[in-house]
Design a binder for this molecule. Structure first.
Ligand SMILES: [Zn+2]
Length: 90
């Protein structure tokens, strides 16, 4: 989501219901599980952006994850460069 989640709001990307799913698991653990499953788009109502990629969304939001990038067009080396570039800007 492009803004901080409100309580009980459901993320259209990953399907996390904040205030419910994150009661027993950390956001990082939820993020890792979602990305491990390939980061499938959740919302049947809100349309997935055409150029959307779950890994790039997480990186752009500034969050970390612990699973290898699974994408036919993104290599881990690119992710490392993006992450290092983002860190250099901070
Ligand atoms: Zn989400």
């Amino acid at each position: 989501m492009p803004y901080p989640a409100a309580r009980h709001e459901i993320c259209p990307s990953c399907g996390t219901q904040f205030g419910y799913d994150d009661c027993a698991q950390t956001h990082r653990a939820l993020r890792n599980a979602w990305l491990e499953a390939g980061g499938p788009w959740f919302s049947p109502v809100q349309r997935r952006p055409d150029d959307w990629n779950p890994f790039l969304q997480v990186i752009a939001a500034g969050y970390e994850f612990d699973v290898p990038v699974r994408s036919p067009w993104i290599k881990n080396t690119v992710i490392k460069v993006l992450t290092a570039g983002a860190a250099a800007l901070l």
